[in-house]
Design a protein around this ligand. Structure first.
Ligand code: HEC
Length: 437
């Protein structure tokens, strides 16, 4: 119910912002509706993708006409959660008032097919990928068996790249082969000098790192041990495609480490996730890095409907902010990113009021934002640990950090572009390297 109310508030806000648009009758599938479906829906609603039914043809679409009107006018579809009051996003999926009205008018007039001559050419998709055809694909070497029930610990699988030279990645996309059992995939780039999991995890063999080190301490390297992230798969997310001049670095001799979160769904299955990369033709001016801003030091009190967990970081070097990826678990209800530039006032960059664990999306800035040296970023997650949260596994529990869905996380990932000569360590410790150094 709450989601519905929020959704209609969003719809009203969008409607107020847009100039009045009148959709006249005579609206047909071929002329008016198909172009909208091609633009807004078919990426997911085509065979092999996450939408439960395809919307490629009139025949496939017609039985869903009323459901489509309902889904778009309630803004349930397409899935998009950014508060429209803040920020502009290149991958904004929300529909214009005119598009919603066109669909409504079409359904109201009996959902006619119209003249085949009006039909636009079918949109072309690359089978199996939402980005361009990859130059290289790295896959876990054997399918992982997921049981019908029970908890599956995060699996770490090292996949050597066997690259003999440094490579810059311009596009990347991670894909399960069986989405039904994959909650998320994080692909880390383990550089040749990194000790992370080395000697512990045999390449190609699923590995579960023990929660504690040999001397009984909590392990702190579960999140990649300082490795950069190549990309993350979550349901409904879009591939990473950076503008020319930006790329991620995979150094010669690096391994990719897949962190796989499998969830048993009542039916045993197997998955053999993979990641595709498109290489840049030439070295980029700037390097893209993913930073996870968050904390594992929190305890959400039982029953609290709106518990805030903030985290603040000051970035010692300048960078360009590209995108956001908020991450919480089942008690997550809202998330925000704010920035304070040196000498400036705090500004909200992204706000999500109705966070949904099942839809973890990347929000890519339409205009990347230059963060000056010393910019302060504040992220905050809000948690609903009350019995009113329909997803809450146990409102009586005090909830702490943990990998499983009934535990919590508060991480605001960001992608930033930095000088191509820097890495994560120098970015956080040193001044920029000058071109003539
Ligand atoms: C990012 C992927 C994605 C996009 C884009 C998307 N859908 Fe969906 N759609 C889904 C998934 C997954 C489901 C099933 C889960 C759910 O209902 O949340 C779904 C469910 C639906 C349903 C069934 C709703 C219900 O209440 O059961 C309709 C109708 C629908 N989508 C219409 C659309 C239309 C129309 C568009 C474009 C305007 C669209 N979707 C865009 C992924 C997507």
């Amino acid at each position: 119910m709450k989601l519905k109310i929020l959704a209609s508030v969003l719809a009203v806000t969008a409607a107020m912002a847009a100039p009045p648009a009148k959709v006249t009758s005579g609206v047909t599938y071929n002329k008016d509706v198909l172009p909208i479906l091609q633009n807004r829906c078919q990426a997911c609603h085509r065979p092999g993708e996450i939408g439960p039914m395809p919307f490629l043809t009139y025949k496939e679409t017609r039985p869903w006409a009323k459901a489509i009107r309902e889904a778009v006018s309630s803004t349930k579809m397409p899935p998009w959660f950014a508060d429209p009051k803040y920020g502009h996003f290149a991958n904004d999926r929300s529909m214009s008032r005119k598009e919603i009205e066109t669909i409504s008018a079409w359904v109201d007039s009996g959902a006619p097919e119209g003249n085949p001559k009006d039909r636009p050419a079918a949109r072309e998709f690359i089978d199996g990928w939402a980005m361009d055809k990859p130059d290289a694909v790295y896959q876990i070497p054997t399918a992982f068996p997921v049981p019908a029930s029970g908890t599956v610990e995060y699996q770490y699988i090292v996949v050597p790249t066997n690259l003999t030279e440094d490579k810059w990645v311009r596009m990347t996309e991670a894909r399960p082969t069986n989405r039904a059992v994959v909650h998320h995939v994080v692909v880390y780039i383990r550089e040749p000098n990194s000790k992370w999991l080395r000697g512990e995890a045999t390449p190609g063999v699923p590995f579960v790192p023990p929660a504690k080190t040999a001397d009984g301490k909590q392990r702190s390297d579960i999140g990649g041990g300082g490795s950069d992230i190549l990309t993350i798969y979550t349901p409904g997310n879009s591939p990473d495609v950076w503008r020319p001049g930006l790329a991620k670095l995979i150094k010669a001799g690096s391994d990719l480490v897949f962190q796989l979160h499998y969830t048993a769904n009542g039916k045993a299955g197997e998955d053999q996730s993979r990641v595709g990369v498109v290489f840049a033709k030439e070295p980029p001016a700037e390097r893209v890095m993913t930073l996870g801003l968050g904390t594992d030091k929190f305890a959400i009190p039982p029953g609290d409907p709106n518990y805030r967990v903030p985290f603040t970081v000051t970035l010692p070097n300048s960078s360009t902010l590209l995108s956001f990826f908020p991450h919480m678990h089942l008690r997550g209800r809202a998330f925000e990113y704010k920035v304070t530039q040196p000498g400036g006032e705090q500004e909200t960059l992204l706000k999500i009021d109705n966070y949904n664990f099942n839809w973890q999306l990347t929000y890519r800035l339409e205009k990347p934002l230059l963060l000056q040296e010393g910019a302060k970023i504040e992220v905050a997650g809000y948690f609903d640990n009350s019995p009113n949260n329909p997803y809450n596994p146990d409102p009586k529990a005090t909830v702490k950090f943990g990998e499983q869905s009934w535990e919590e996380m508060m991480i605001g990932f960001i992608d930033v572009a930095i000088d191509a000569k820097m890495d994560k360590k120098t970015f956080f410790t040193k001044k920029p390297v000058k071109a003539d150094d």
